[in-house]
Design a protein around this ligand. Structure first.
Ligand code: MF3
Ligand code: CO
Ligand code: CO
Length: 262
């Protein structure tokens, strides 16, 4: 499938679903406390998506995925399946939500610190993931190249002494959950000139130790670091504007502009 350019009515739908996705991550924040299970969090989010946002989780049933959200704790890199495991003080947790509304998708994730206190290294890891995503977003405008995204992330991860997961990437998004192009988060030569109307995600996974990951053979989903050291990820859905970029899934807790013009 080719890269789709969104028309004005599609852009409006992407804005609406993007805002709904952001609200899920805002709503769940006060529930992330020691002792809560990831299943409980998943159920709160699924109820909210269906009852308050009048939307659906795009994860549920996607290639057989059993839950509404992905909740990835500590050494889990991504695609953590909510279960009866309780969160503990100092855990770092990624919640990744994809909402489907009126035929269009919004995809976003952020890190949460359980009990609001963790190790300085965990803090640095989460900050690196978020800052590298922001630096990548700042490169985007019509005429910029997709390669600038990976280069920006690589620069920040290298400086912090962390590694970048190579097996998972960002993606085009719209009527499809995962559309073209693939968005690589490390230095690469996948040249693509960006155009107004493109929508895609940037979702760097940054590891404290090795970049190498493994998929749980029993459940077929849960991705962990090979060395069991922690991993952090942030994700936004972006729209290329005629003169810059818009963060469709921006939340109120972020100190970052919704629109950057160049
Ligand atoms: N939200 C993930 C992404 O960023 C994909 C999750 S697919 C699932 O692309 F099936 F694991 F939910
Ligand atoms: Co995504
Ligand atoms: Co996602």
């Amino acid at each position: 499938m080719a890269i789709t350019l969104k028309n004005p009515s599609e852009i409006e739908k992407m804005r609406i679903v993007g805002a709904a996705t952001a609200r899920v991550l805002e709503m769940i924040s006060p529930h992330i406390v020691p002792g809560v299970t990831t299943d409980e969090l998943d159920q709160i989010m699924n109820d909210y998506i269906e009852k308050v946002e009048n939307a659906k989780s795009a994860d549920l049933g996607y290639r057989g995925y059993p839950k509404a959200t992905c909740i990835s704790v500590n050494e889990v890199v991504c695609h953590g399946i909510p279960n009866n495991h309780k969160l503990h003080q100092g855990d770092i947790v990624n919640i990744d939500v994809t909402v489907l509304k009126d035929g269009y998708h919004g995809d976003s994730s952020r890190m949460y610190i359980v009990g609001n206190h963790t190790s300085p290294r965990n803090h640095a890891l989460c900050k690196c993931a978020q800052e590298s995503m922001y630096a990548a977003i700042r490169t985007i405008h019509p005429g910029s190249n997709l390669t600038e995204i990976g280069a920006a992330i690589q620069k920040i991860a290298d400086k912090a002494g962390f590694s970048i997961v190579r097996d998972y990437c960002g993606h085009g998004i719209g009527a499809g959950f995962h559309e073209e192009p693939q968005v690589l988060h490390y230095k690469n030569n996948y040249n693509l000139v960006l155009e107004a109307g493109m929508c895609f995600t940037i979702e760097p996974m940054i590891n404290a130790g090795t970049f190498k990951v493994k998929v749980n053979k029993k459940d077929g989903w849960t991705v962990t670091t090979q060395d069991k050291q922690p991993s952090a990820q942030y994700e936004h859905t972006l729209l290329v504007l005629p003169d810059g970029v818009e963060v469709l899934t921006l939340r109120s807790d972020e100190d970052f502009p919704r629109i950057i013009t160049h």
